[in-house]
Design a protein around this ligand. Structure first.
Ligand SMILES: [Zn+2]
Length: 581
């Protein structure tokens, strides 16, 4: 048996460095396999599907005895191709949990939190879009989710990103044009900013580096935000899915992509998932439900839980937590359709939320905007200049690369280069990544520690007359959350109540058949401002406990089993009829 010190040395020895850089797919797979090989009793690896390019969709399961159903959390990252930082954060949380199992603690979390975390299983999908991430890490071209093109409609003109100047990267092209919407910033040569009425030029059009399919030689098509791929995975999930044009990026039908299909099938087979972290970049904000209605229409108990999680998250990471509906609609009162966390919350009853990792706006000194989504749409020229200066001073100039003249086969003279947003805009700089991973882990591990915790606190047998005994079972939930998970999840039809079964070989039930439904058991947690006030401190009744009695006849061992698909099952035994009790 290796000592804990040797185990930790082994954990550190197999690290592939994801806390200080972004791993390509082969390295990411090697990391997952290295953990599974080094710690087979703690870590297992499952492929839940394959991408269209044939890459495995990996889920890492962290926790001993992975097939024993028990409260489980899900973490996914990198469903958007360019948001590779989510993979690093997901891997960091997985590594922290391995460390917690080996050392008993991590990040100086309190003993009660660590004890609870050991009971929780972690399903970690570090990279939901391996095809997309690989393309972005290889040539930097912008992709929303995946580099795939299954369109039957192929006659119209359309941009196709790619390397034009032979440097291996697909960046941006600028073309001089009196109708250009961009002009060089006087304060920062090479930086293009939106043109104003007072600018004198030269003016530029900005296009993706690449070629135009079906070009007529005259008319340049507008580049599409979704780039080469018309499906955004985060609009392709079944809850409240809506087709184009109502929802851009929806895909042909819900779960039309192998990645969204695999996630939905996996999660549907695991009703024990009670919390869900969906990692994106960038912004420095947590986005919580509901995406479809204001807080005033949300379940009040759920809202109190999210208030609590928001308070932890903000104090540990500095990022605020905002409602999707109230602060993250790109068009007011037009909810997003088919996104992942609405599926996780409304359909799977999980505490589901997004983190937009990397608070670039804060780094640039931009004050918090309300609604938060305005950060993305209301950047000024001054903000862009601040970004260029920040890049020079703090990001080794990785973003702004300057321009080189090139002859474009379709457009003639162009300049290629400009911006490489991968490290600095879309994702944090390498030297900040490690600290961000720690903060995100600290915040999410608290959420994971809210898990319901079902136990059989006591089982007793009392002899009655003759061959009869009275079996008394005390079932308890010591967790923060109810055995149903969040309050609103109680109404989901698959979220069956706890059942209790008493049986034993040669033991007969007297009155009833030993089976009964006992309902869900309340947790002790009340969220923030959701429980007793300081001026009237009272509890709810002991709704987290149920006592069940059953008269049995015979002698031998009585087995008791309690549980539900949401929290798994626990068992206990007691001897009856052996006399002398
Ligand atoms: Zn995203």
């Amino acid at each position: 048996m290796p000592t804990p010190e040797e185990q930790i040395a082994r954990l550190e020895g197999v690290s592939r460095g994801f806390r200080s850089r972004y791993l390509k797919q082969a390295e990411l797979e090697a990391q997952l396999q290295a953990w599974a090989e080094a710690f087979p009793s703690l870590v297992s690896l499952r492929s839940i599907g394959r991408s269209l390019d044939g890459r495995d969709l990996w889920v890492l399961v962290v926790g001993p005895d992975p097939d024993r159903v028990r409260p489980t959390v899900w973490i996914d990252g990198n469903m958007h191709a360019s948001e590779v930082c989510g993979s690093s954060v997901a891997l960091s949380i997985a590594e922290d949990m391995i460390r917690l199992h080996l050392e008993g603690t991590v990040h100086r979390l309190s003993a009660p939190v660590c004890a609870r975390l050991k009971e929780v299983l972690f399903h970690v999908m570090p990279r939901m879009s391996p095809d997309g991430a690989e393309a972005v890490l290889t040539d930097s071209g912008y992709l929303r989710s995946n580099p795939r093109d299954r369109r039957p409609n192929r006659q119209h003109a359309r941009w196709q990103g790619g390397d034009v100047d032979g440097d291996g990267l697909a960046q941006v092209m600028r073309v001089r044009d009196p109708g250009g919407e961009f002009v060089e910033a006087r304060e920062f040569p090479g930086l293009l900013v939106p043109r104003t009425l007072d600018d004198e030029g030269p003016f530029y059009k900005l296009y993706p580096e690449g070629l135009i399919e079906n070009f007529d030689g005259r008319h340049v098509p507008s580049p599409h935000f979704l780039a080469d791929n018309d499906t955004d995975l985060n609009r392709n999930f079944p809850y409240s899915w809506a087709p184009e044009p109502e929802q851009a990026g929806a895909g042909a039908y819900p779960t039309s992509e192998p990645e969204s299909r695999a996630v939905v099938e996996h999660i549907t087979a695991h009703p024990e998932v009670f919390a869900w972290l969906n990692l994106h970049t960038f912004g420095g904000v947590f986005i919580r439900p509901s995406g479809h209605s204001p807080d005033s229409k949300m379940d009040a108990d759920d809202l109190a839980l999210f208030r609590q999680i928001g308070q932890w998250a903000e104090s540990l990471t500095g990022y605020p937590m905002v409602s999707g509906f109230e602060e993250f609609l790109y068009e007011p009162e037009k909810p997003l359709h088919g996104d992942l966390i609405d599926f996780g919350y409304h359909q799977r009853g999980a505490i589901a939320y997004v983190c937009e990792v990397w608070d670039l706006f804060k780094q640039l000194g931009i004050a918090r905007k309300k609604p938060f989504v305005d950060h993305y749409t209301q950047l000024t020229r001054d903000d862009l200049v601040a970004l260029a200066r920040w890049d020079e001073a703090h990001n080794a100039g990785r973003i702004f690369r300057g321009w080189t003249k090139e002859r474009h086969p379709q457009l003639g003279e162009v300049e290629v280069g400009g911006v490489d947003p991968r490290v600095g805009i879309w994702n944090p700089p390498f030297d900040l990544l490690g600290g961000i991973c720690v903060q995100q882990s600290q915040a999410f591990l608290r959420v994971a520690a809210m898990a319901p915790s079902l136990s059989i606190a006591k089982v007793e047998a009392k002899p009655l007359e003759g061959e009869l005994s009275l079996v008394t079972v005390t079932v308890q939930n010591d967790g923060y959350l109810s055995t149903a998970g969040v309050a609103s999840a109680k109404k989901l039809p698959w979220n069956e109540p706890l059942t209790l079964e008493i049986k034993g070989e040669g033991i007969a039930m007297v009155g009833g058949d030993g089976w009964r439904e006992i309902g869900h058991l309340d947790g002790w947690g009340r969220g923030l401002y959701g429980g007793a006030s300081l001026i009237f401190q009272r509890s709810r009744g002991n709704l987290g406990t149920r006592v069940v009695e059953q008269v049995v006849r015979g002698r031998g061992t009585v087995q008791v089993r309690v549980g539900a698909c949401r929290v798994g099952w626990v068992e206990a035994r007691v001897e009856v009829g052996s006399g002398g009790q």
